[in-house]
Design a protein around this ligand. Structure first.
Ligand code: FAD
Length: 316
């Protein structure tokens, strides 16, 4: 990180969108820097099975993003582990200031690729028991429930996929669905129905969880009758995995971009926002499909748009 220099481009976030942007930025010979606050790779790192990235019939998340990172670094990409805490635009110069705990950087353009993080379901005890029975990552914590029971909260595709993953460890997986149907893709829904370990409990909500140091009971509500029931286990005998959506990392950009009702950044097909020089890519933006392939695509488009904005159009 060089605080005296004016970068062409700063990429915020090192998931598939950011890494793809870094690859395209290097090939466009931009003086770019990628800043990542946790682990390079983003959400994908904790995904165990990836079967839908074209050209890679089956892999795990870590292997796939490690290859992206190696490819970017082999092309000369510079990656720094630090958290971006502020993005300021100076309309008088058109430049941006990027604030981090390690100092402030100046850049002509920004691609924000902060992705999204898990949304809390909001039941009693959820926050208190996170890491002690409540989890947002089956790949990370599924193994702790070998031979035990797992509850999966959510009715979308992630909930369905993660419930199936948990059947590798847990004896029984109950999927708690607030509505009377699931929104999972047809293939996932079919696998859930066919799994002898999975029960889907429609029109049911989690009211709360309780225990001493680990969970020992869960309270559920029947959404039709309003009746609640408590299911009890030995301390630590079950886990609750929450998959009820994601919160986009768009707070940093408030005031600089248009946000939709879900907090996702609105951008055009060049990934441009309403602030000149500020682009977005990946899960943080409003789009119909949030996957690795679309994140990588966004990153490529955004870096190419930056190149054109800076006066170096790249041939397609
Ligand atoms: C459980 C699960 C399973 C999935 N399975 C699949 C699958 O099988 N196939 C598929 O294609 N997709 C899958 N996805 C979706 C896929 O993971 C995402 O679409 C993809 O990771 C989005 O990439 P991204 O780069 O936009 O964001 P992310 O992968 O979220 O990366 C964003 C990065 O930005 C960093 N960041 C955020 N804020 C800051 C900041 N202020 N400063 C610095 N860094 C910051 C974060 O730490 C993170 O590393 C799955 C997702 C989940 C949750």
């Amino acid at each position: 990180m060089d605080q005296d220099k004016l970068y062409d481009l700063i990429i915020i976030g090192g998931g598939p969108a950011g890494l793809s942007a870094a690859i395209y930025a290097q090939r466009a010979m931009l003086d770019a820097l990628l800043l990542e606050q946790e682990a390079v790779g983003g959400q994908v790192i904790v995904t165990s099975d990836i079967d839908n990235y074209p050209g890679v019939p089956h892999t795990d998340g870590f292997t796939l993003v490690d290859a992206m990172r190696t490819q970017a670094e082999d092309l000369g990409a510079r990656i720094v582990l630090t958290s971006v805490t502020g993005v300021t635009h100076r309309p008088e110069t058109g430049l941006f200031e990027i604030t981090t705990p390690d100092g402030t950087l100046r850049t002509k353009t920004v691609i924000a690729c902060g992705g999204a993080s898990p949304r809390a379901a909001g039941f009693a005890g959820e926050r208190e028991f996170t890491g002690h029975g409540v989890s947002y990552c089956a790949t990370c914590d599924g193994m702790f429930y070998r031979g035990k029971k797992a509850y999966v909260v959510g009715g979308g595709n992630s909930a369905g996929e993660e419930a199936l993953f948990l059947t590798r460890f847990a004896d029984q997986v109950d999927v708690i669905v607030r509505k009377d149907h699931m929104r999972a893709q047809a293939a996932v829904a079919r696998e859930l129905e066919e799994s002898p370990k999975v029960s889907i409990r429609y029109l049911t909500s989690v009211v709360g969880v309780a225990g001493d140091t680990m969970l020992s009971s869960i309270t559920l509500r029947d959404n039709q009758t309003g009746e609640t029931s408590v299911e009890s286990y030995d301390e630590g005998g079950f886990g609750v995995f929450v998959f009820v959506g994601r919160v986009p990392a768009s707070q940093l950009l408030e005031g600089l971009v248009e946000l939709d009702d879900g907090g996702y950044v609105v951008a055009d097909e060049r990934m441009a926002t309403r602030t000149p020089g500020l682009y977005v890519a990946g899960d943080v933006r409003q789009k119909p499909l949030r996957q690795i392939v679309t994140a990588a695509s966004d990153g490529a488009v955004a870096a190419t748009s930056v190149s054109a904005y800076l006066g170096h159009p790249v041939e397609g």
